[in-house]
Design a binder for this molecule. Structure first.
Ligand code: FAD
Length: 456
């Protein structure tokens, strides 16, 4: 254990939370901060993200004349997460939101002007912005300027334990292990959306789901901390979205087509051809309902709905379908519903569409009470596009307290061990609301870095 002026901190995982924790630790007085990143570049999911970040009660909102408070944000967050969040963690997040925005801005992140504030999904107020490029990765410069050592291609393999505390990290590289002793270790390794085995263990219904996560997101931090006695929370909470391919930049066509065609009257059916949910309902619940019926589902529509998506207006419908196929989507087309059903192997399709058309004629969806976008599916050719859920975030993970200390099964902090960002669980509850995950990486990254020094 070092004195205050020779404290060594190791941060494991070079995404948003890792950069925040590294900078916060060095600014709080650490003599030596090393950031270990498993892959050959920093960024993780943070660089893949939409760079949307939210906070309630910010000066930017004041400038725009928007009255908001952390408390109002908390209500939306709890509601969006269906009241499954750890209330203390959620409250800590929103309370520190304005501080985190200011901190990010001071450390090089580009915030737009007040006109860019907008309402993200599941928020009641305009409290979100998109950071300018490169999002939170702008922090890399601030980290380097302050002397954080960044080591790429350096996967943490295990934690060193000594005297009842975490005492460093072992890295395995090219078959060689290197020990990095430290007074404190901060885990910021992201979620486990790329780890099939963990998904199978904690939420087998997503076995067939594709992943939008970056390649390093394999739950390493969870495994490392478990070996030191860490407790886990809400490991079956996922943020999922409808998709078809597993590379985010390639899923735009199918994602946009789904949104557009549903709004024109398209329906969703399970592998056997039956509907399973109000297609205009909440995406998250729709995907969960789909998963009760099988590993994939189909979007069904007809010729009059076969129009280019409004988000890609320069393309024809045919061009967008070709792009969807190139992205790995399964697209089917037939002149009759029976012909389409044969291709899909969906015996109930014709009957489902017949019922849908009858319901549209009376204006009442007798199956799921869908209120919007009722239109008949009658004009050949008929189309089916196969969708699968995609994992965007795993919401469960290491149990922490509001000081970002990792807790054991009896709720006691494990000395020397901290965690922040998507490797942790409890902040979001059952679902995520727009821009809250990046805020989480900032708020808890900063808290973790500072607490590591305060405890040393
Ligand atoms: C497509 C997409 C869009 C999103 N858009 C938004 C959005 O707009 N707004 C929002 O709030 N949230 C969004 N999210 C969620 C958000 O991006 C993540 O929750 C957040 O970036 C996670 O940050 P993190 O620092 O915890 O982890 P990451 O940014 O994923 O970083 C973790 C890092 O740890 C590294 N690592 C893993 N294991 C090891 C190891 N053993 N040793 C060393 N390094 C290791 C990984 O390689 C990775 O670089 C989005 C997510 C996705 C996938």
């Amino acid at each position: 254990m070092g004195t205050k002026d020779d404290i060594k901190v190791i941060v494991v995982g070079g995404g948003g939370a890792g950069l925040c924790a590294s900078i916060a630790a060095i600014e709080a007085g650490a003599a030596d901060v090393t950031l270990l990143e498993k892959t050959s570049k920093l960024g993780g999911d943070t660089i893949l993200s939409g760079h949307i970040i939210s906070a309630g009660g910010t000066p930017l909102q004041k400038q725009a004349g928007i009255e908001d408070t952390p408390h109002q944000y908390l209500i939306d967050l709890l509601n969006g997460g269906r009241f499954a969040s750890d209330i203390i963690l959620a409250a800590t997040l929103v309370q520190n939101g304005p501080m985190a925005w200011e901190w990010l801005s001071e450390h090089g992140c580009q915030f737009p002007g007040p006109e860019a504030l907008h309402v993200q999904h599941d928020h009641m107020l305009a409290r979100s912005v998109k950071l300018g490029p490169p999002g939170m990765l702008a922090l890399k410069q601030a980290a380097e300027d302050r002397g954080v050592k960044i080591l790429l291609d350096s996967p943490a393999q295990s934690l060193m334990l000594a005297g009842g505390r975490v005492a460093g990290v072992v890295v395995e590289k090219d078959g060689q292990t290197t020990e990095y002793p430290a007074d404190a270790v901060v885990l910021t390794t992201g979620g486990f959306g790329r780890n099939k085995e963990m998904i199978n263990t904690y939420c087998p219904k997503f076995n067939e789901a594709v992943s939008w996560n970056s390649l390093g997101i394999t739950g390493d931090g969870i495994r490392l901390a478990q070996a030191a006695g860490a407790d886990l929370v809400q490991m079956d909470a996922f943020r999922v979205i409808q998709s078809g391919a597993d590379v985010r930049m390639k899923v735009l066509h199918p994602t946009y087509l789904l949104a557009q065609i549903r709004a024109l009257g398209g329906i969703l059916v399970a592998p056997d051809g039956r509907r399973f949910y109000d297609e205009m309902g909440r995406s998250f619940e729709m995907v969960y309902a789909a998963m009760e019926c099988g590993p994939f589902y189909f979007l069904i529509f007809d010729a009059k709905m076969a129009t280019p998506s409004q988000w890609l207006p320069e393309d024809t419908f045919e061009k967008q379908m070709e792009a969807a196929v190139a992205d790995g989507m399964v697209v089917m087309q037939a002149d009759t519903l029976d012909g389409l059903a044969d291709q899909m192997g969906a015996p109930n399709l014709a009957q489902t569409v017949e019922q849908w058309n009858a319901d549209v004629a009376t204006g009442e969806d007798t199956a799921y009470g869908r209120k919007e976008s009722l239109a008949p599916i009658i004009e050949p050719p008929f189309y089916a596009i196969r969708y699968k859920p995609a994992i965007v975030q795993t919401l469960g993970g290491l149990r922490i307290n509001s000081q970002a200390q990792v807790l054991d099964a009896s709720g006691r902090p494990i000395p020397g061990l901290y965690a922040a960002g998507q490797v942790t669980g409890g902040v979001h509850g059952a679902d995520y609301i727009g821009g809250s995950a990046l805020l989480e990486t900032a708020v808890y990254g900063i808290i973790a870095g500072r607490q590591a020094i305060a405890d040393a």
